[in-house]
Ligand binder design. Structure first.
Ligand SMILES: *Cc1c(COP(=O)(O)O)cnc(C)c1O
Length: 493
């Protein structure tokens, strides 16, 4: 299987290892597979008795044909082990009636990015060997909190890779700071900088673009790489849990193989829901994909009108991982509905005017499968309270946006099809907001909020967030933003 850019059908196609190493296509497009592997009813039946890592290796091997099945199985077993994903990689829980929660947050940082970031670095490490790269990849990340921690956990102790994370001293919560300062692993480094997130981000970008830095690193046997969310290596592992959830429903006797189900995805960058779309293209029986947004509802409007318009007010919400106005992975959906030429035009329009309108033909294709809903802050809080009080299920702020959309869809469409909502973060990741939504007053210290929420709800604090205050602090350096390049060179030894 070969890979190509979303913006060009004619350029030379490359193997998956090269696509994973490279990240972005040279024309600025995203990598997509040239064809979609099929998943038959017989295939699904064969996956049903398997464990999550075995299901994952099977699905990945259909896309990453330049990796052997044995390599993928070894990586999946390590990535989705019982010690990393306590309680299973992607357990399915019934919320009420036909609505289920697919819990994607049992990994080492208690949020769904772990599903991809626990395996992607292993794929990258192998990609370096497969492409004959002899240097070590140096991953640089600027973070406002969660991505940095998830990347640190994913890349720690991976061969041929080192990772360095910068965060703004004042810009992250105490919990996030503690999580990063206590990070384990022999190939990691964490540094706080004086300034805000933009200072961290713009300096990382400058370092990436600096030819002198690249030369100095090359002499030391390193090259820069990014942990970018649009990398194919982060997308492909996300297809697995849709298929796995379907198998679990079959195993529970809730559906027969061939029955259709809906998935509802709290969406930001459109990566997660695009992975569900690929599962559908492969042959997984999916009736509807429900795209759930918070007040930053650019996608709801797009699905309604066919016009994507990022020229609008940006809202800070209690579901911050969905506070996004450019959903980069939507480009991949456009490619599959419109082809490379048209996609390229839409993206040109987006970068020049901040908007584009898809043709009626493309709109009709998208309408067949997708439906969008959004929830404001009040609705999100109401759902958290109702879902807990009525059904005893505690969900985080992002998941609540999803539950809201799923309920709206099911009542509007009078649809009793099983609807699986992606639960993208542990409620403990956003303990203070969840506790407040339940009608309680959150304590000032976020560490206390964890305890209070646990006591009130009778649920256990997610393991990555337990005993944070008593862990050993390994990184406490605070530097000026202009000292970042020196720090990077120092780390590359
Ligand atoms: C990243 C993230 C999302 C959004 O996922 P996309 O793939 O960007 O659509 C939703 N919820 C949480 C908790 C996240 O971290």
């Amino acid at each position: 299987m070969k890979y190509q850019s979303t913006r060009d059908n004619k350029a030379k196609k490359i193997e998956s290892a090269q696509a994973i190493k490279q990240g972005l296509a040279s024309d600025g497009g995203l990598f997509v597979p040239e064809e979609i592997p099929s998943l038959t009813e017989k295939d699904i039946m064969a996956l049903c008795p398997l464990s999550y890592p075995e299901r994952a290796a099977d699905i990945l091997s259909r896309y990453l044909t330049d990796y052997t099945y044995e390599e993928l199985l070894e990586d999946c077993r390590k990535a989705y082990s019982e010690t990393s994903f306590v309680g299973g990689a992607a357990p399915l829980k019934n919320i009420h009636d036909n609505i289920y929660s697919l819990e994607l947050w049992h990994g080492p940082t208690a949020a769904f990015k772990d599903m991809a970031l626990q395996i992607m670095p292993r794929l990258l490490s192998r990609a370096l060997k497969k492409t004959g790269e002899e240097r070590t990849a140096l991953i640089l990340v600027a973070t406002s909190g969660d991505t940095g921690k998830a990347a640190l956990e994913g890349y720690k102790d991976i061969d041929s890779v080192k990772i360095m994370v910068f965060y703004p001293t004042g810009g992250v919560s105490r919990v996030q700071k503690l999580q990063m300062a206590t990070q384990e692993g022999s190939n990691v480094n964490v540094c706080a900088i004086k300034g805000n997130f933009d200072d961290a981000q713009s300096n990382v970008k400058k370092i990436f673009a600096d030819a002198d830095m690249a030369r100095a690193l090359d002499e030391k046997g390193y090259f820069f790489s990014s942990a970018n969310s649009i990398n194919w290596g982060r997308l492909v592992p996300q297809i697995v849990y849709y298929i796995s959830a379907y198998c679990d429903l079959v195993n529970e006797g809730r559906i027969k193989i061939g029955d259709k189900i809906n998935f509802c995805v709290p969406t930001g960058n459109f990566g997660n829901i695009f992975a569900a779309y690929l599962a559908k293209l492969m042959g997984l029986p999916i009736a509807r994909l429900i795209c759930a947004s918070n007040m930053n509802n650019v996608l709801t409007d797009f699905l309604e009108t066919g016009t994507y318009d990022r020229n609008r007010t940006f809202h800070l919400t209690m579901s911050p991982s969905m506070d996004i106005l450019i959903s980069s992975n939507l480009e991949r959906l456009l490619y599959f509905c419109a082809g490379a030429n048209e996609t390229s035009e839409y993206m040109k329009s987006l970068s020049e005017t901040g908007k584009y309108t898809v043709s009626s033909d493309v709109k009709a294709k998208i309408d067949e499968l997708f439906k969008g809903y959004c929830a404001d802050e009040k609705e999100t809080a109401r759902i958290i309270k109702e879902t807990f009080d009525k059904y005893g299920y505690l969900c985080d702020t992002h998941t609540a946006v999803g539950v809201s959309a799923a309920e709206k869809y099911c009542s509007e469409a009078t649809d009793s099809t099983i609807t699986v909502v992606d639960s993208t973060a542990s409620p403990y990741k956003f303990a203070a907001d969840v506790y407040t939504a339940l009608g309680k007053t959150a304590p000032a210290d976020p560490l206390d909020a964890l305890e209070e929420l646990s006591k009130y709800s009778g649920t256990e604090i997610a393991y990555p967030l337990k005993n944070l205050a008593s862990r050993k602090v390994r990184f406490d350096k605070i530097i000026e933003a202009d000292e970042m390049p020196g720090e990077v060179l120092n780390f590359a030894k």
